[in-house]
Design a protein around this ligand. Structure first.
Ligand SMILES: [Zn+2]
Length: 425
């Protein structure tokens, strides 16, 4: 593989999604009420009026959690009943006046009026079959928690391990999961088989705020590296399972909702390894099976002593192109890496092929030519020639990769990301 290095001074304008204002949210809530009241039952089908179809696509483009207190009104209104019965947002009538079941959720699910054409940016190939491990370090053992035909790929501008990647959106939490924006009621699938260990509200142990809203946690019936693996599904409309239930991979466990602190309906999905704790999340893109013919680009940006550099800018482009296909940063320091890969970035769902990865650290941009292979993780180790002083965290070596030093020395010690450079040992 050819690797080259060049230094580019550039300022890349960032594409910014629309802000989902409270006004729009209130409008959506009102229109949703109109929709559900306006549903009429014909045979076994609920046929919607045209009202929600006109607004649903707009809403589905901008969702994510916010720690802005001003958006907590949704959480206050949707804190669920703590009884073990399936619950549903009390504002939305159901035919029987009680918790709805999976078939009802499917009937309530409103597909987009205009199917995405197969050559559009919206289209994705069918996912491969999980579990999938073309190479021994891969563990694509989970399916997408949203069915094909709905948006089963995550929100690009709020990547795992990153703050929000848009100029006109206020700062969020560092993302410990990935978001799947979808219409309310879209089925949520168990990503793997296992036992439901939680189905209810999920208040923060730190401050009691129910950021996650209605939440389901599955402990899977297999382990990774001798550790338990959990998946978490937040902001659901309701639950179709309860704690203690055994679920199969692909089983409908809930519908997409807006419970908790959100700016629109979406599934927040987490993978937790070792313990069902916030600090034990891992990048779901290393667990969710790729699309047919697509793969995953992962790697680590390290200093000359092999320590991970957080916050380095990453831009994936077609060779020679100026436009970013994807952009994000290396993980924040609080994010944990995969047991084997020890990565600090993952760009998931990339069509197999040749790309340029632009890496910007301290206003200097490197370019590396990368190859993404289908159905597996293509891993890049990007070593800079300067010393960074990270939070000390012991990290074992990966199983099959050794660092490849980028040629050139763009940094002096004084260019280090820290004011207290660590001397070489
Ligand atoms: Zn999220």
């Amino acid at each position: 593989m050819v690797r080259r290095l060049q230094t580019i001074a550039e300022q890349t304008p960032q594409n910014a999604p629309p802000i989902f204002s409270c006004g729009v949210k209130c409008l959506f809530f009102f229109l949703s009420l109109l929709f559900f009241v306006g549903c009429r039952q014909v045979g076994d089908l609920l046929l919607p009026t045209a009202v929600p179809l006109a607004v649903a696509p707009e809403i589905a483009t901008a969702q994510a959690e916010s720690h802005d207190e001003t958006v907590s009104i949704v959480a206050d209104e949707i804190v669920p009943d703590l009884t073990p019965q399936p619950t549903i947002d009390a504002r939305i009538p159901t035919p029987e006046g009680e918790g709805i079941r999976p078939m009802d959720a499917e009937q309530n699910y409103v597909r987009s009026e205009v199917p995405a054409p197969h050559n559009s940016e919206e289209w994705r190939p069918p996912p491969m079959i999980a579990p999938l491990s073309f190479n021994p370090d891969d563990h694509y053992w989970l399916i997408r928690p949203i069915p094909s035909g709905s948006r089963n790929y995550d929100l690009e501008w709020y990547p795992f391990g990153n703050d929000v990647q848009a100029d006109n959106v206020p700062a969020y939490r560092i993302h410990h999961g990935v978001d799947f924006p979808n219409d309310t009621g879209t089925p949520i699938l168990a990503a793997g088989s296992g036992t439901v260990i939680h189905a209810g509200s999920f208040p923060s142990p730190r401050n009691g705020i129910n950021y996650y809203g209605n939440t389901i946690v599955i402990q899977h019936d297999w382990q990774w590296q001798g550790k338990d693996v959990f998946t978490l599904y937040a902001h659901t409309l309701e639950y179709f399972v309860q704690a203690g239930d055994n679920v199969e991979q692909g089983e409908v466990i809930a519908g997409v909702g807006s419970s908790g602190e959100v700016t629109g309906p979406h599934l927040h999905f987490e993978v937790r390894v070792g313990a069902n704790e916030y600090v034990d999340t891992r990048n779901p893109a290393l667990w969710i099976v790729p699309y047919e013919g697509w793969g995953t680009l992962a790697g680590k940006v390290v200093d000359r002593r092999g320590r991970l550099i957080p916050g380095a800018r990453l831009e994936l482009r077609a060779p020679g192109a100026n436009e970013n296909l994807r952009k994000q940063s290396t993980y924040a320091t609080i994010i944990r890496s995969d047991e084997v890969w020890q990565e600090n970035f993952v760009i998931g769902d990339v069509p197999a092929g040749e790309y340029e990865l632009h890496i910007t650290v301290a206003d200097v941009t490197y370019v590396r030519e990368v190859t993404v292979l289908p159905g597996q993780t293509s891993f890049e180790v990007i070593s800079t020639e300067f010393t960074y002083n990270p939070t000390p965290t012991p990290r074992p070596l990966p199983t099959s990769l050794s660092p490849v030093l980028i040629e050139g020395t763009p940094f002096n010690e004084t260019d280090s990301l820290t004011t207290t450079p660590v001397p070489d040992s």
